[in-house]
Design a protein around this ligand. Structure first.
Ligand SMILES: [Zn+2]
Length: 473
């Protein structure tokens, strides 16, 4: 039974779907004006692990992930500024391209990154620009019900009309009043009101007709429109990065619940930030990494995935190149074990014995059920690998195919891709013996075994923590 931390209730809750056996899940997707960075990758990978685990538990999951292809203003305060800081248009002007050329390029790149990271594609990726009529309809309802007001072609949501405003982030209006750097806008009743529709200045390329002005939608309204369009007024799960909690998700709740009159989302799940060498990523600090940067250093996307799994999604992940080395070593350990299992032919006596697998499966499920505890789940897998390797060394593993199936199941839930090193078991066994010799500081024996491996046509390469990779010569 999955228990998951809900940002809304601020506690772990037993997961109960609205419809038996089915799960509806909305994930805030990218604004496609730049390459996504490894922090974004983490925020898309965690919902993927959640979805994979729910599917493993037998649920049918429907996941929607939007593509923001209209240059919303990430900083809502600026949404009311007259210049309209549209990131897509800015980039288009800078690169002498049309906004559509910019969004097409980065949307394609986003899908490629997700694919390389082995993130399952959402069932649908709606684009914001294709849902402006739905957004207008919600805004009309909000005005009619008295939750929003129009002034000089701009429409704002009046947060004082929604008593629950702040229930997700814990921000209340008094705190906001004191702490926020809200820019005054002559058309706003309260400084913390947020824009639903913005009248477009002349130079704004992206604009649509509306009952209020030729303009463009505020950022938050697009997610309300697209999530309810495809998942209904109430959905099971909404995910995002922790930076989405306020103002984006708080605003989504306010406008959606005021428009529909029902609860918007049952479980809000947020992934915490990723830091690099203990500090926030930024382009100016030269510590801003994309998947391309990871690959340039010789690491694979699945090694990055391994690193992300090593931290719980509600803790900050500190990315370092040393931790990438560790992730590589860990993945190599899994692949070596996988290869050994595949090439192991149990002897007649061995067939009578076998590894008891149920316990590992149970422990793995327990870890995942506990708020998707991936580091704990990984440690269960490594225990399984250590025990399995030992049995293989002693010629006691009589059920390698069942062990292989279990390893594949674990890998599938976590989205890891196992690779078979086509190395004969004899070579792997010698490499394993050599590892032990090294651990015992018996370097004469270790060198001797390396020569034996060499004579058999293979090279053994040492990596971190006494792990190794075997390659064909
Ligand atoms: Zn969103």
């Amino acid at each position: 039974m999955l228990n998951i931390y809900n940002t809304l209730s601020k506690k772990k809750e037993e997961f109960k779907p609205i419809n038996a056996g089915k799960v509806s899940m909305y994930t805030c997707g990218p604004t496609v004006y730049d390459y996504i960075h490894i922090g974004n990758i983490r925020a898309y990978m965690i919902p993927d692990v959640l979805r994979r685990y729910l599917e493993y538990c037998g649920y049918e999951v429907r996941q929607i992930k939007n593509i923001t292809d209209v240059g919303h203003l990430t900083n809502d305060d600026m949404a009311q500024g007259d210049t309209g800081d549209d990131k897509i248009e800015k980039k288009a002007l800078k690169e002498n391209k049309t906004p559509a050329e910019i969004t097409e390029f980065y949307e394609k790149d986003f899908h490629e990154v997700e694919k390389e990271m082995n993130i399952l594609p959402a069932h649908y990726f709606p684009r914001a620009t294709a849902h402006v009529p739905q957004m207008i309809r919600i805004i009309e309802t909000l005005i009619k019900k008295g939750f929003a007001y129009e002034m000089n072609g701009n429409v704002f949501f009046d947060v004082t009309k929604f008593a629950d405003y702040g229930k997700l982030s814990g921000n209340n209006l008094e705190d906001l009043q004191v702490g926020a750097r809200l820019e005054e806008h002559p058309d706003k009743k309260n400084p913390w009101d947020f824009a639903l529709w913005i009248k477009a200045p002349k130079e704004h390329i992206l604009h649509w007709d509306s009952p209020w002005s030729v303009g463009y939608p505020g950022w938050h309204i697009e997610c309300s429109a697209m999530s309810t369009e495809y998942l209904g007024d109430t959905m099971d799960i909404h995910t995002g990065g922790e930076d989405n909690i306020f103002p984006h998700h708080e605003a989504e709740i306010a406008q959606t619940e005021c428009a529909t009159g029902v609860k918007f989302v049952n479980y809000w799940i947020h992934t915490r930030h990723l830091k690099v060498d203990g500090v926030k990523m930024s382009k100016s600090k030269n510590n801003f990494y994309t998947l391309e940067n990871i690959k340039e250093k010789g690491f694979s996307p699945i090694e990055l995935r391994m690193l992300i799994l090593s931290a719980h999604h509600r803790t900050q992940l500190n990315f370092t190149w040393a931790s990438m080395e560790q992730a590589r070593a860990n993945l190599a350990t899994l692949n070596n074990f996988y290869s050994r299992l595949l090439s192991h032919e149990p002897t007649t006596e061995e067939k009578l014995s076998g590894m008891t697998l149920e316990g590992y499966k149970k422990d793995f499920e327990e870890a995942m059920d506990d708020d998707l505890n991936t580091p704990k789940a990984m440690s269960v897998i490594f225990q399984f690998v250590t025990d399995g390797n030992k049995l293989l060394d002693e010629n006691l593993l009589g059920n390698p195919m069942e062990a292989k199936k279990l390893l594949e199941t674990f890998a599938k839930v976590l989205g890891l891709i196992l690779q078979v090193a086509e190395i004969p078991e004899a070579v792997q066994k010698i490499a394993q013996e050599r590892k032990e010799a090294r651990q015992n500081k018996d370097f004469a024996k270790s060198d001797e075994l390396r020569d034996t491996i060499d004579k058999l046509g293979y090279i053994v390469e040492d990596i971190k923590d006494n792990n190794f990779i075997i390659k064909k010569k």
